[in-house]
Design a binder for this molecule. Structure first.
Ligand code: SF4
Length: 364
């Protein structure tokens, strides 16, 4: 099989997992304007923005030779649950006859999950399959921890782009040598030393501006379509924490619920006064995360939502009340193929200026 996957965040993780199973992996190119154009051209107009980006990304990977797409589904009433089937149908109508392997929540249909796993694991034994999955998970956790550090330290780097260059070198080491949990742990420690050695400005704790990012999973994780929001804020001198990294998504969506981390349940509890039921996306986690960022002393939150995303429209409608109750500024940015970068950038700059002046007046 020549396998590809959705381009979302740290693609090294999916690439490594599929390679460990012995597949030829076609890594899709990072989404560009061409990806968007292809996705928009062949998607229904009302489709969610992530759906369009993924469609364009699949077409590019198929043009590179992929014959199988391994992806995830979605549970609940939001449209993510239909993505796999509708993408498959659209691609077939365009003349691309590719296999789709769609992993849904294991609790929803354990037999289907196992059938899909058999297809992906190929000839690997079950113990080897467990080892491969565990290795990929360890890789995700290591890369995510370093990425979190990048999104803090980059706000203070003395030499522009020095943190990015260090991180790219670390990722390349993981790509070539991160094949076992022991190797990943050693590379993680070396990566940490490397990032900590990058010269940065010393800023007193009370002057630091910290911004949390919440929102729909795809736009939070994929920098190519979210105006590279983490880096944009870092350049404006803000530390950033995103509510979602790949390992969080695995904890939330892949591991059986009995192994799920308690932090997810705590977020849902925090959101309960505002939203009692889940409506399909990560809206309850996002509400919980806004409150959690406030409790952790963050200065503000940016909420990212794909234009027309129902779960995040609900979050957006609740944000004024949450912001008032918890006294935290929240800026919502709607993203789609039409969203003007310059307009959003101006709003982000104004938001950061507001946080900075609030910080200054608190210090007086
Ligand atoms: S969460 Fe929003 S953008 Fe994502 S699939 Fe659901 S409706 Fe679409």
């Amino acid at each position: 099989m020549k396998v590809t996957f959705p381009y979302m965040g740290a693609v090294l993780i999916y690439e490594k997992l599929l390679q460990l199973f012995g597949h030829e992996v076609i890594v899709p190119p990072r989404p560009t304007q061409r990806t968007l154009d292809l996705g928009v051209k062949y998607s229904p107009e009302f489709a969610c923005f992530p759906y369009k980006v993924l469609l364009g990304s699949y077409i590019e990977a198929i043009e590179m030779g992929a014959d199988t797409v391994v992806t995830s589904g979605g549970s609940g009433p939001c449209r993510a649950g239909f993505y796999g089937e509708v993408h498959r149908k659209t691609l077939r109508e365009l003349g691309y006859d590719v296999n789709f392997i769609v992993f849904d929540d294991i609790g929803r249909d354990p037999q289907l999950f196992l059938r899909n796993l058999r297809k992906v694991k190929g000839r690997a034994s079950w113990p080897q399959t467990c080892r491969n999955v565990w290795t990929a998970y360890q890789l995700a956790r290591a890369v995510d921890r370093l990425q979190r550090l990048v999104e803090v330290k980059r706000a203070y780097e003395l030499q522009p782009n020095s943190i990015n260059l260090a991180f790219e070198a670390i990722v390349s080491q993981f790509r070539s040598r991160g094949n076992t949990p022991a190797a990943i742990a050693a590379l993680y420690r070396a990566g940490l030393d490397r990032l900590n050695a990058v010269p940065c400005r010393e800023i007193p704790q009370r002057q630091r501006i910290r911004v949390g990012i919440v929102g729909e999973i795809y736009v939070v994780m994929e920098s190519s379509i979210n105006m590279n929001i983490a880096q944009t804020l870092n350049k404006l001198g803000c530390e950033v924490s995103r509510s979602m990294y790949i390992s969080d998504w695995v904890d939330h969506a892949v591991w059986p619920k009995i192994f799920a981390r308690k932090s997810g349940a705590r977020l849902v509890e925090k959101s309960a006064p505002y939203l009692e039921i889940g409506i399909g996306g990560h809206e309850r986690h996002n509400i919980g995360n806004i409150i959690q960022y406030r409790e952790a002393g963050f200065d503000g939150v940016i909420h990212l939502m794909p234009f027309g995303c129902l779960p995040e429209l609900v979050t957006q409608s609740l944000i004024p009340r949450i912001a008032e109750d918890w006294q935290i500024p929240v800026l919502t940015l709607a993203l789609d193929e039409q969203s003007g970068l310059a307009n959003n950038l101006t709003r982000v700059e104004a938001f950061v200026e507001l946080l900075r002046s609030a910080k200054r007046s608190m210090a007086l």
